[in-house]
Design a protein around this ligand. Structure first.
Ligand SMILES: [Zn+2]
Ligand SMILES: [Zn+2]
Length: 167
């Protein structure tokens, strides 16, 4: 649970406070099923009083282990994520749907940071932009060796297309 004390910044408009800390993934309620974070997550940011809301801005840096979408190999890579969220007073009637709220001088930013990291995850991770993936015929990793299979024959739609092109 990551909490910020905002008692001081709530006293004046544009009041803000910055923060810098490192947390483990489990402190953000992230399990290995969500995201395989290796090491700590560096969090730098600030929370400011924007009048009717508190504005959280944060930048996170860490290292994440992912499986390549083409060759399935696991690899670790640096990851970064930005968070920009509003926090409404719990009794505010203008709060947006699903908005984050706070109801005292302490703001819990755990969920905002957690979501920020998850949203920044690419839909398909690649170990290398040029990863050649697994051979659809024999299943071998084509980055390691050229298996020599004629992969073009595997997909019947491609075969039809090739026939059309040849004729
Ligand atoms: Zn790969
Ligand atoms: Zn092959």
């Amino acid at each position: 649970m990551i909490k910020l004390n905002v008692a001081e910044i709530k006293k004046r408009l544009v009041g803000k406070t910055d923060f810098h800390f490192q947390v483990a993934a489990k402190e953000l309620d992230l399990s290995d099923d969500d995201l395989r974070v290796s090491g700590l997550i560096q969090v730098d940011g600030e929370i400011s009083n924007a009048g009717d809301v508190l504005l959280l801005q944060a930048h996170m840096r860490t290292n994440i282990v992912r499986a390549c979408g083409r060759c399935l190999k696991e690899f670790a890579a640096d990851a970064e994520a930005d968070v920009l969220e509003k926090f409404f007073p719990a009794d505010a009637d203008n709060a947006e749907a699903d908005a984050f709220t706070y109801d005292s001088d302490v703001v819990d930013i755990t969920e905002a940071l957690r979501e920020g990291l998850l949203v920044a995850e690419p839909l398909q991770a690649l170990c290398d932009p040029d990863c050649r993936g697994l051979c659809p015929v024999c299943g071998k990793d084509r980055n390691l060796a050229d298996c020599g299979c004629d992969a073009a024959t595997v997909d019947p739609r491609m075969a039809v297309l090739q026939k059309l092109l040849k004729s």
